[in-house]
Ligand binder design. Sequence first.
Ligand SMILES: [Fe+2]
Length: 313
Amino acid sequence: MSLHRLLGFRAAVADPAALDSYYAELGLRGDATAGYSGSDGGATVQVDEAPFRRLVALDIGAHAERDIDAAQTRLEAGGATVTRTAESVSVTDPASRVHITVRVAEPEAAPPAGSTQLVTPNSPGATVRTNERAPAVFGAPRPPRRLGHLVIGTPDLATTRDLLVDGIGVKVSDEVDGIIHFLRCSTDHHNIGLVHSPVPILQHYSWECDDIDHVGHTATALYRADPDRHAWGLGRHFAGSNFYWYLRDPSGAFLELYSDLDHIDDDDAWEQHGRTPLALEHIANAWGPNLPTEFVVPSDLDALAAGWARLDS
Ligand SMILES: [Fe+2]
């Protein structure tokens, strides 16, 4: 795959200081300018100040300059106007208004050895722990490991999807035309998701945790500090298979904590195992609470529409 990793994204929010405090509570490293990252480093979230929240930019890593050349060729063949430097090519999606850049980047560093220590649970007929409590009950909230994906809300799904797939060169893992697309620029099942939105938004962004207990401990600490933060979860998605728990961030976007995501390193094997097409009944989840309405129509839609109208006037 010529593309190999998500490098990060840049969001604009009305109150960067509130988001900075929230990220500090979550245990993220970094700052708004350098970017916030999980405990393993890797992809970052950069934050600007703006009158209303929006996703400004998305950065994707490629192996070599020839991969940038290929992306430029595909984008221009599709009629896009690109900006080219020696090591990058950029284009603005007219639908989501996101500035997308593909740049030459080093592969993502492997997690530190021994940094993941999974514990096998007891199950019927397979008792592995006797006369002691599960280690997970003593767990404490800790920072997520890495930024894994973001989901873009776009008023024109087909335009955004085609620019990313046919132009940028990301791959499709699961999709239902007109509803949702799960795209990857690495071996993660998805690094970029697309959903329809009446106005362009950063719908959610997601941080990988070690396991379901890591998700649970960290999400619980955040919502106990402010119960209004809880948005959706706990559940397991069908697309990607991951456990999820969504919280509201101070900007109005959803922040997801997840674990146990599908990985794909053989395109044919994934298709052969019949994981596509994504069934309609599985779009929200395999199990868990019903999809909240605000995941389809943003609760701050009127303010966002007014913000875009001002920006475009
Ligand atoms: Fe997600």
